[in-house]
Design a protein around this ligand. Sequence first.
Ligand SMILES: NC(=O)c1ccc[n+]([C@@H]2O[C@H](COP(=O)([O-])OP(=O)(O)OC[C@H]3O[C@@H](n4cnc5c(N)ncnc54)[C@H](OP(=O)(O)O)[C@@H]3O)[C@@H](O)[C@H]2O)c1
Length: 273
Amino acid sequence: MQNFSIGIIGAGHMGLALASGLASRMAPDRIAVSDPHADKRQRVHDLGISAMADNDSVVARADLLVLAVKPQAMRDLCAAIAPRVRERRPLVVSVAAGIRGADIARWLEGGPAIIRAMPNTPALINAGVSVLWANDEATPTQREAAATVLGAVSQVFWLADEALMDAATAISGSGPAYFFLMVEALAAAGAMLGLPPDLSAALAAGTAAGAGRMVHDHPGEAALLRARVTSPGGTTERAIKSLLGEGFMEMFGRAAQAACDRSRELGEQLGAA
Ligand SMILES: NC(=O)c1ccc[n+]([C@@H]2O[C@H](COP(=O)([O-])OP(=O)(O)OC[C@H]3O[C@@H](n4cnc5c(N)ncnc54)[C@H](OP(=O)(O)O)[C@@H]3O)[C@@H](O)[C@H]2O)c1
């Protein structure tokens, strides 16, 4: 990793988060970032990392190249940088939702090593979760390097089957929004019960943060944590019964399926473009 040079194309939310996470873990002169916007390049400069408007200069010095632009911009970007990528042959790491490895490889031409990564929004505060998949051209060393890059801002999990990236997108990629929605719903319920709205919002947010930390410290034990705070005949039990009776579990299943279908659809639409 210390010997890798990293290029990041796109200094938006995710590109900047990755640059920021990496800046404290490796020599900043081994990282370069490109973005068309001067204000975003300035934020990269503020991290001590060089930023430029020209993508080719970033590709030219990268052993590992992160593509951190919107999925809709991926095809044009790949077509524009393809000649330099074929010369330099970096590992290409795409964080673009939905866009399949085979489509990226086709747009770049020349059989590049590609790793797809699906990080999530908490990566912006170094608390993300990322799911990674590698094509057959990626070497073990390159896989390790990609895990280190995403590991700078998130926990890293690997998938062997690319088709499951859509499911992972539905769970961890879109997941933070589900929890934000639950906080909104809980805050609204508190206000409905008569709490001042600001207080209710603070109680809901603080509760989510505390419960999130407990789940983080005991992964896979959410049901046990819930059982511990659900005394028979108590208030929590009454609320949980109401939620389950309203089809809470099935509702989540349907929501995740809808997100998974949309991810697949986006991959098909944008990949065919
Ligand atoms: N944000 C998240 O939490 C999150 C989570 C998981 C995955 N992702 C993925 O991460 C990728 C980036 O998302 P984001 O939220 O960081 O987007 P963003 O904030 O819009 O950042 C993308 C940046 O790349 C720039 N850009 C566009 N085309 C470019 C090109 N050809 N060359 C250089 N720079 C270019 C954009 O400029 P313009 O604004 O002018 O286009 C923008 O400054 C997406 O594919 C998304 O699916 C994001």
